[in-house]
Every structure is written in structure tokens, then in C-alpha cells.
Design a binder for this molecule. Structure first.
Ligand SMILES: Cc1cc2nc3c(=O)[nH]c(=O)nc-3n(C[C@H](O)[C@H](O)[C@H](O)COP(=O)(O)OP(=O)(O)OC[C@H]3O[C@@H](n4cnc5c(N)ncnc54)[C@H](O)[C@@H]3O)c2cc1C
Length: 500
């Protein structure tokens, strides 16, 4: 690693020129002293550094709460909060299906971290290693990648580790080659363009096999992401085909493959069954207790023996904890999540905290296990817990840094809402079950209330209102993914872009 003296753009650069590597707040220096003494005792000329890894639900909300709670200390420079994320924005994932359907613009489902966290230092980069024993994290930044400068190291006093989860893939032949994920805004918009692109292919080919494969859409996984993405995209495609002279809605095959006997477990069994009926009523082929065995050569082979040539295979069959957790020296559960206690502190480790998808936090509202040696149930990985945990997490980190008592996280899951396309949905909230239009309205109202910043709320509301007045957008902008193609062609160096 190469030598460097300051973090580009750091609000309170307190960097001690390191012997090697880009080291921020490196030893010997004020931070290092702070690390060895109780953080509460940090003197006025020292700065307590809180490193937040991940700027998603937990990371962004924790930093937001810290920013409010520690306003004065941040202003006078006695505390510093650094937020690291590979993207300069937080993605409001529950709105990805609506973004894929074109009901919300992509830039409105993301929240710019620099805008909402002006008192924090936002670093666009990926934490690649955490040595908590030495309170040191390694960050690979874009600049480091381009210039080959090497990674940056940050030393910290308190660590909030919230990198969330990644798609859980299985060794299904062909999956790595043809599968499409649905966790990021890029994937959501890419999928929208891809689906609309398939309609164009189907409409323009004379080959029935190509047409059939283009009009077959297979989604694997019946959780939030899979069901909402399929339902929204089917709804959008059904609308779009009215503008194609040679495609009818019944020409399309939409298939949902789910390994268990139910979908949307979050809304409970009754509403899950309703969702299956609703989707089947729209001619969507919902296959329960079925697995994807292979998708080699773009043919989806299912465990019930059926085969579907398809150009669209969306994989949303669950998530697993982010691999960075395993690269740290912190304790993990058998499932790879960080072992946390109810205060959201990493179990048995001082100054390390976590929440959200990455953390196994005991659910204090769940029935205790029947046998004393059985583990306590942990909070499910969802936005509801992530959001509420981040508030407690910020309180507890602030209490640790400034002096105060930490509190336990306790929240009874209140249920869930899910959209099944425009004007269709299911909800099971506070024991009340809703379906159809009221559930869809509740889904929109709930998420509009939750999406961060007034600015975003207003823009999304305006988009929804305008969408109610005008026709839906059905244009595919797949070429956006390859913006130089036209110029390369003109310059004689490019190739014709193959339809994906
Ligand atoms: C399509 C979809 C729809 C959903 N709908 C719902 C819903 O309706 N209701 C609900 O309750 N839940 C829903 N969820 C789940 C919910 O979004 C997650 O539970 C929640 O986002 C978890 O928050 P988190 O902060 O743990 O992780 P995330 O929000 O995923 O944030 C993790 C962040 O860490 C960053 N990161 C990753 N690796 C690194 C690294 N090495 N260094 C630095 N940063 C890193 C990532 O870029 C990301 O920004 C949905 C999820 C998806 C994908």
C-alpha cells in the first residue's frame, strides 16, 4: 500500500502520515490513544471516529440518527462519522419492483448519501478487510482501482458493520451464465429494459422458437423480491403489448418457481394463498414445491420435469450474509450472520456493532425456546427491523462514545405489505388482512411514509399522480447500458450490439 497523508474530502482530516499505505488516523496518533482508553475519555483534542460500513438501510439511517444526536460534537470536530459504500447512494429496495415497472424513476428510489449526511464523511469504496482487533478497516476505492494506488486503511474507535446481504445462489447449471438478480437499481432497470426488449424481439422474429423463448419469463423465488418483481413486470408487459400488432397478452408465459409450498411468507399463510390465486387468475404459472434444476443453453429445467426455453431467468431465491463478514475477525453464527446481542453489539466484542440483514439479533418479542440449550429466535432480515434497529444502534453508539446507558432492541414484527402490480396487493398488518386495491394503497402509503427525505416523497408522489393522469411509459432504453455503441459504429470500430 502506498503512502498518503489525507483522506480526499475528509471533513476533519486528522491523518498522521503513515509509514506505509493510505492510513487514516493511523498510529501513533490521537485516535490510537483513543482506541486504548475508554472512548468516553477521549480528550477535547482527540476525535472519536465512528466507521459505518454500508450506506444502505442500516448504514444510512444509523448515520442520520448519529448526525442528529451528535450534532454539536460533529460540528466542533470531537467526533467524526465515516460512511463507506461502493455506491454514493442508498437504495430503497422495496421500491425496486415499481422502478422496474416504470412507476417510479430510478433516481427517485435512491437517496444520495452526501446530500442527506452533510455532517458525515462519505467514502465511495468497498471495505475489503476488517481487523477489529487493531480497529482497522481496508477500503478499496475507485481511484485506487484506476491508479493502482492501493487500498486505504482507516482506524476507528467504533465500528458499525452493515453491509447487508447478497443473493444466495445455488450450484444450478447455467445459473451463473444466464441468471439475473434483483437487488440493485441497475438490475431493476436492466430487467425492465430487457423485458421490453424481448417484446421487440418477439414482435420482429419469424422464428417461432425465438419468439417463444423471448415471451417466456421465469422467476425463481417466491419472497418479496421475486413476487413483486414478477407481478409488476407482468402488469407492465401486459399493458405494453397492446401497442404491438402481433403480440397478445396470452402469448406471454410468466412462471414463478418456488421451492416451498407457499409464497410471500411475510404476509402470512392466508394472504400468501390469496396472492397465489391472484397471480394464477392473471394466467401466471405459479409452481410451488418446485425447484430450478438447470438453465443451461437458456432452457429452464424444473424439478417437476417441465422445460421452458427462455431468455429471461430472474433469480430471487433468498439472500445470504455479505462475504465481508467472513473476512472480518468478528464472531459469526452458523448461518454466517454476525452474532449480536440485544443491544446490537457484536457478541462479546467491544466497540463493534451491527444490525439489519448482516446481523443475527435476538428477537426479544419471540417466544423463548422450549429447551434452555436451544438458541433464541433472531430477527428476520427485512427493512422493518433494519429501520428500527438503526435507531437503537445510533442511540447505543452515541451512548458509548459520549457516556450513557445502552438499551435493548425490542420490536414486535407488525406484518407486511406487498404490491402485486398496479392497483393490486396483499397486506397483513397489525392483524388486519387486506387484499386488492386497499392493500396496494396501503403498500404505497406505507413506503411513501418510509422513503427517506421529504424531497423524495414529494417527487414520488408527483410521479404517481402524473402516472394516474397519463399513459404508462413502455419504452425500452436498453441501449443506455452501452452508450458508446453508436459512436463506435460511426467510427468504424464498433460492433452491432447483439440483442440480449
Ligand atoms: C427487491 C427487494 C424488495 C424488498 N422489499 C421489502 C419490503 O417490501 N419490506 C421489507 O421489510 N423488506 C424488503 N426487502 C428487504 C430489505 O430491503 C432489506 O432487509 C434491507 O435493505 C436490509 O438493510 P441492510 O442495511 O442490512 O442492507 P442493505 O440495505 O442492502 O444495505 C447494505 C449496504 O452495504 C453496502 N455494502 C455492501 N458491501 C460493502 C462493502 N464491502 N463495503 C462497504 N459497503 C458495502 C451495499 O452497497 C449496501 O448499500 C426487499 C429487498 C429487495 C431486494
Amino acid at each position: 500500500m502506498e503512502q498518503c497523508c489525507a483522506f480526499p474530502g475528509a471533513r476533519h482530516p486528522r491523518v498522521v502520515a503513515p509509514p506505509a499505505g493510505r492510513l487514516i488516523g493511523a498510529a501513533p496518533g490521537p485516535l490510537d490513544t483513543a482506541r486504548r482508553t475508554p472512548v468516553k475519555a477521549v480528550s477535547s483534542n482527540n476525535v472519536a471516529r465512528i466507521l459505518v460500513v454500508g450506506g444502505g438501510y442500516v448504514g444510512m439511517y444509523t448515520a442520520l440518527h448519529l448526525q442528529r444526536k451528535l450534532k454539536q460534537q460533529l460540528r466542533e470536530g470531537s467526533i467524526e462519522v465515516i460512511v463507506v459504500d461502493p455506491d454514493p447512494y442508498m437504495t430503497y429496495q422495496p421500491f425496486l419492483p415499481e422502478a422496474a415497472a416504470g412507476s417510479i424513476s430510478p433516481r427517485h428510489v435512491v437517496v444520495p448519501l452526501r446530500r442527506v449526511l452533510p455532517q458525515c464523511t462519505v467514502v465511495v469504496g468497498e471495505v475489503t478487510d476488517i481487523n477489529h482487533d487493531e480497529r482497522r478497516a481496508t477500503i478499496a476505492t475507485l481511484a485506487a482501482e484506476e491508479t493502482g494506488d492501493g487500498a486505504i486503511e482507516v482506524v476507528y474507535d467504533e465500528l458499525v458493520l452493515a453491509p447487508g446481504s447478497v443473493s444466495r445462489t445455488l450450484p444450478v447449471p447455467g445459473l451463473a451464465d444466464f441468471g439475473i438478480g434483483f437487488k440493485t437499481v441497475e438490475e431493476a432497470i436492466g430487467l425492465r429494459n430487457h423485458v421490453l426488449g424481448q417484446l421487440d424481439i418477439a414482435s420482429s422474429t419469424r422464428d417461432p422458437a425465438v419468439r417463444d423463448a423471448a415471451l417466456t419469463f421465469v422467476f425463481v423465488g417466491g419472497g418479496y423480491a421475486g413476487v413483486e418483481a414478477l407481478a409488476e413486470l407482468e402488469d407492465m408487459a401486459r399493458y405494453a403489448v397492446r401497442y404491438y400488432h402481433n403480440i397478445k397478452p396470452e402469448d406471454m408465459k410468466w412462471i414463478l418457481v418456488e421451492a416451498t409450498g407457499r409464497i410471500l411468507p411475510e404476509v402470512g399463510p392466508d394472504m400468501g394463498r390469496y396472492a397465489v390465486r391472484e397471480l394464477r387468475g392473471r394466467n401466471i404459472d405459479v409452481r410451488l414445491e418446485t425447484r430450478l434444476d438447470s438453465c443451461e443453453k437458456r432452457v429452464a429445467q424444473l424439478s417437476d420435469g417441465s422445460r421452458f426455453p427462455t431468455r429471461t431467468l430472474v433469480w430471487t431465491a433468498g439472500v445470504k450474509p455479505h462475504p465481508i463478514l467472513a473476512a472480518s475477525d468478528l464472531p459469526l453464527t452458523d448461518h454466517g450472520r454476525l452474532k449480536c446481542n440485544a443491544t446490537l453489539r457484536v457478541d462479546g466484542v467491544e466497540h463493534a456493532w451491527s444490525a439489519g440483514d448482516a446481523a443475527a439479533v435476538p428477537d426479544l418479542t419471540a417466544e423463548p425456546p422450549a429447551k434452555p440449550d436451544e438458541p433464541r429466535p433472531v430477527c428476520a432480515p427485512n427493512a422493518q427491523h433494519a429501520l428500527r434497529q438503526s435507531k437503537v444502534l445510533a442511540e447505543n453508539v452515541a451512548a458509548t462514545v459520549c457516556g450513557g446507558t445502552v438499551q435493548d432492541y425490542r420490536h414486535k414484527y407488525v406484518g407486511s405489505v406487498a404490491s402485486l402490480g398496479l392497483h393490486k396487493g396483499v397486506a397483513h398488518v397489525y392483524g388486519r388482512k387486506l387484499r386488492g386495491y386497499p392493500a396496494w394503497l396501503m403498500h404505497r402509503a406505507y413506503h411513501l411514509g418510509r422513503v427517506p427525505t421529504f424531497n423524495r416523497k414529494a417527487r414520488i408522489l408527483a410521479e404517481w399522480t402524473l402516472a394516474g393522469l397519463f399513459k404508462r411509459e413502455i419504452v425500452s432504453l436498453g441501449s443506455l447500458e452501452n452508450p458508446r455503441a453508436e459512436f463506435e459504429l460511426a467510427a468504424g470500430t464498433g460492433r452491432h450490439n447483439e440483442a440480449s
